[in-house]
Design a protein around this ligand. Structure first.
Ligand SMILES: [Zn+2]
Length: 238
């Protein structure tokens, strides 16, 4: 296994246009539960399954219950970036890494110092009034009583892509461009079974595709290097 990490280090050293594509596994090492893991959100006890609560229809029809769940389960403010977030921010500072594409909504890449981050599923750090579009930060939403309301009386909605909602075209376009131009694409902490991860990776035309995941993925055969190891161990040694 250490041989693979050595090889990964070598590939990183010789690459100058790195893009990192990360899933829930990047944040689990900060203590944030994986939505789709057995001990994650999907195993919690609520009157409705989380997929239903986190849907657009549910938000509109049961806003109060949505926020009861959202505030209890999606509050990412108490978490800190881990070694993977930190190393990626360093690589960007050195000019080697050009973009982070993430499926996570916790804002931890930015907290670690990353600047160019494409958040495919939005961010809990951004919230807008549905009536006048005034911006509210995460503290305001998580500390509000009941349904968070704007000074105009409108309901505030998190800038998070809910089930039934489409992805932001600008974000997806930027992610595709970055992946398309990369010489090294690191795909980590995702099983690659969830849309749009699988589709986006097909835009990669560069030299090295590296997959880092606990378990095998459908893309293992396409990768130049596959590391089945914890992200912390890999990035702690790079
Ligand atoms: Zn408003």
């Amino acid at each position: 296994m250490d041989e693979k990490i050595e090889e990964f280090k070598k590939i990183v050293a010789e690459s100058n246009n790195i893009v990192f594509f990360g899933g829930a596994g990047v944040s689990t090492e900060s203590g944030i539960p994986d939505f789709r893991s057995k001990d994650g959100l999907y195993n919690q006890e609520y009157d409705y399954p989380p997929e239903e609560i986190l849907s657009h229809t549910f938000f509109i029809n049961n806003t109060k219950e949505f926020y009861r769940f959202y505030k209890a389960k999606m509050n990412c403010l108490k978490y800190e970036p881990n070694i993977t977030h930190i190393k990626l921010a360093e690589l960007e500072k050195e000019g080697k890494l050009k973009a982070v594409v993430t499926q996570n909504i916790d804002g931890l890449h930015q907290k670690a110092g990353s600047k160019n981050v494409y958040e495919l599923h939005g961010s809990v750090l951004r919230n807008y009034c549905m009536k006048c579009h005034k911006f509210y930060d995460a503290e305001y939403v998580f500390e509000s009583q009941g349904i968070p309301k704007c000074s105009c009386g409108g309901i505030i909605k998190p800038d998070v892509v809910l089930y039934e909602e489409g992805l932001d075209n600008f974000t997806v376009g930027g992610a595709i461009r970055a992946i398309n131009e990369a010489d090294l694409l690191i795909v980590a902490g995702t099983s690659l079974t969830v849309y749009p991860a699988s589709g986006l990776i097909n835009y990669f035309r560069g030299k090295n595709l590296v997959l880092i995941n606990r378990d095998s993925t459908p893309y293992d055969c396409k990768a130049d290097l596959v590391i089945n190891e914890s992200l912390g161990k890999v990035f702690g040694n790079v």
